[in-house]
Design a protein around this ligand. Structure first.
Ligand code: ATP
Length: 308
């Protein structure tokens, strides 16, 4: 059987006095974008820094394409590209000089460096700026160069720590497009605390809170991982809110417009049937009824333990 692209086993890390991550384990064996989601201080950067070999874990193992990153760091790093939270750019180098330097650092075969630089510039849409000093590029183009350095050695696994941080809305769209392109043939893990970023870019999510994994699955599973607890219904002759709260299981009601009611219920899946029955019995003339899915924000709040 083929090795997973990345396998993390029981990872723990302790800074001076405090555990930053505890018992993080996951495995990724497919191409596409995996979002590492979590509030500020949840442990995302710590996890990424360890995976990429720039921070040594207190305990636990990381395997990149089957290679243990502590036992054989050079072989493991051949398959990792990393964009840390603060991109490692040298403002006095041109794009070409910088990428050539990165290719050398990444041990790209000297005979293949020209080609690697050219192809990466093409991939990241920066060929027309190859002779320009990094200091003279806009934030969006600097970020493209930062992503270019992460893929110059054609790694299987690319880790991007908050890649759209500090960019304007147009630059964000361009960088997301670039990331999706890169992830067509490799696995990209990006960290963010921005939910729209996850929806726009990712295929799956690993969510960390207080240093522990609280969710791992597809974006669709994340969306529906909390049971709906409200119903929305419209009636030709809507009942008064107090008539609805008398229905067993309904704990709260909100009037929406002239004909709509939103009803919160207590975990009773049969509540829809009960509302339909009551409507028929009282002549409210029900015209629509549906359970409401929790929004991504609600799921995030719930999983990060901030839900009331
Ligand atoms: N060098 C350090 N020394 C001590 N504590 C640290 C250090 N770096 C991070 N921490 C703490 O470890 C915890 C996890 O931090 P980390 O930077 O991994 O979180 P994060 O999810 O990446 O947050 P953010 O989104 O704000 O970057 C936080 O409580 C943070 O304050």
């Amino acid at each position: 059987m083929e090795n997973p692209i990345v396998k993390v086993e029981h990872l723990y890390h302790r800074y001076a006095t405090q555990w930053a991550i505890e018992d993080i384990s996951f495995e990724i064996d497919h191409v596409g974008v995996v979002g590492l989601l979590g509030s500020n201080g949840a442990g995302k950067s710590t996890t990424m820094n360890i995976i990429c070999g720039v921070l040594k874990q207190t305990s636990g193992e990381v395997y990149i394409n089957g290679v243990n990153s502590l036992k054989d760091p050079i072989a493991a790093r051949k398959n990792i590209g990393f964009l840390p939270q603060k991109p490692p750019l040298y403002p006095d180098l041109t794009v070409d000089e910088y990428l050539r330097f990165c290719a050398e650092m990444r041990l790209v075969d000297p005979k293949k460096i020209n080609r690697a630089v050219e192809e990466t510039e093409e991939r990241c849409g920066i060929s027309h700026f190859k002779g320009r000093l990094l200091r003279n590029l806009s934030g969006g183009y600097q970020q493209r160069v930062s992503i270019a350095q992460a893929i110059i050695h054609d790694p299987k696994f690319v880790v991007l720590d908050e890649p759209t941080n500090g960019l304007d809305p147009n630059q964000i769209l361009e960088v997301r497009h670039l990331i999706r392109g890169i992830a067509e043939e490799r696995t990209v893990m990006l960290s963010t605390h921005i939910l729209s970023e996850i929806q726009a870019t990712c295929n799956s999510i690993i969510m960390i809170e207080h240093g522990r994994i609280v969710f791992s699955g597809s974006v669709e599973e994340f969306d529906s991982c909390i049971e709906p607890s409200s119903l929305f219904a419209t009636f030709d002759f809507p009942p008064l809110p107090e008539e609805v709260t008398r229905i067993e299981g309904i704990r709260n009601v909100e009037v929406v417009g002239a004909h709509g009611l939103r009803m919160w219920y207590n975990g009773d899946r049969d509540v829809v049937k009960t509302v339909v029955r009551e409507s028929v019995a009282h002549g409210w003339e029900l015209t629509e009824i549906r359970s409401e899915k929790s929004s991504m924000e609600e799921v995030f709040a719930k999983l990060s333990g901030k839900s009331k």
